[in-house]
Ligand binder design. Structure first.
Ligand SMILES: Cc1cc2nc3c(=O)[nH]c(=O)nc-3n(C[C@H](O)[C@H](O)[C@H](O)COP(=O)(O)OP(=O)(O)OC[C@H]3O[C@@H](n4cnc5c(N)ncnc54)[C@H](O)[C@@H]3O)c2cc1C
Ligand code: FES
Length: 282
């Protein structure tokens, strides 16, 4: 049984200062945050795929993935899409303002298991925000992993998150970065046009050595998983990050139930083999 002090701690927010706000595409911003308390800053650590509960004082709280990797401590980055009350209030804040964080919470990607393996990362839309944490953690310790492929699908060329940062990957020889857009109304796109699954024709995957990490909308999971299964990737080598409405973020309120799991504590990252029997999971 958890001690009362442990339970109190999971509901205990810590203040962070906004160090920088980096605009992304329309209605998306990257916030760089620093803990006010240096002891908290030193002891904070997370796994890629975990999330924090972000509080804007006087407005409310929302679960948000950590976009920065554990390999770059000191600053925590979160990428926000303006959706409702909390995220809109974040857009009103400036450099130097204070917000509060609880966490990190949930189960992230199993970094120890991924070491030494070939990796395929597939992101769709805002899914690039949590997947960036995993991508940067791998790039920061590149020698510990095998072949690396990143597939990223955006709606159109203006909707690519971390556009210029990711462009830098095109010149690297230790990662294959494949980018697709669903539509290109202006006729400016020189890479793949179509849904992200169309990129599978451009890669060879070894089912015995490849692990896959997927972050995106449920419809993307359905089609990407089909492609992976066609290539004999075992279901326990496919990791998906699920998103559910959350309140407490710590397994107490039941809001985020998926079958026998709570997304906030058993996920948000699940092996596909753990959830493929649950119809409403994706
Ligand atoms: C584990 C996890 C990680 C997340 N990471 C990010 C992130 O990195 N960046 C980001 O911008 N957002 C992220 N979200 C989504 C974010 O938490 C919701 O958009 C949240 O509702 C925003 O709070 P709000 O007060 O601004 O909006 P609200 O006023 O709560 O709601 C705005 C609208 O979004 C709907 N909504 C609320 N939660 C969800 C949800 N989980 N899925 C679909 N629709 C929802 C509401 O019904 C409402 O229509 C994440 C959610 C989860 C569960
Ligand atoms: S959000 Fe409360 S149990 Fe998951």
């Amino acid at each position: 049984m958890k001690r009362k002090e442990d339970i109190d701690l999971i509901f205990q927010p810590n203040m962070v200062r906004i160090e920088r706000i980096l605009p992304q595409m329309t209605d998306h911003r990257l916030f760089q945050l620093k803990f006010v308390d240096e002891d908290v800053a030193r002891s904070f650590s997370h796994a890629p795929g975990q999330f924090v509960e972000v509080t804007v004082l006087g407005v409310g709280e929302a679960p948000i993935s950590i976009s920065s990797p554990p390999t770059r401590p000191g600053i925590i980055e979160i990428c926000i899409r303006k959706a409702g009350s909390v995220t809109s209030a974040l857009f009103e804040l400036q450099k130097g303002d204070l917000i509060a964080l609880r966490g990190p919470f949930g189960r992230g990607f199993p970094m120890d298991l991924l070491k030494g393996q070939d990796l395929l990362l597939v992101a769709g839309g805002l899914g690039m925000a949590p997947l960036r944490s995993l991508l940067q953690a791998i790039l920061d310790d590149r020698a510990s992993f095998g072949d690396l492929v990143l597939m990223y699908g955006a709606r159109n060329p203006d909707d690519i998150l971390f556009k210029y940062e990711l462009l830098g990957l095109m010149n690297r020889t230790d990662i294959k970065y494949l980018l697709s857009v669903d539509v290109d109304e202006e006729g400016i796109w020189r890479q793949y046009i179509g849904v992200v699954t169309g990129l599978f024709e451009r890669v060879e995957l070894n089912p015995e050595t490849t692990f896959c990490g997927l972050c995106g909308p449920p419809i993307m999971y359905r089609f990407v998983v089909q492609e992976l299964l066609k290539r004999n990737i075992p279901t326990e080598r496919i990791f998906v990050s699920l998103e559910r409405m959350m309140q407490c973020g710590v397994g107490k309120c039941g809001h985020c139930a998926i079958g026998e799991y709570y997304c906030c504590t058993d996920g948000p990252v699940f092996k596909y083999s753990e959830i493929n029997h649950i119809k409403e999971a994706i």
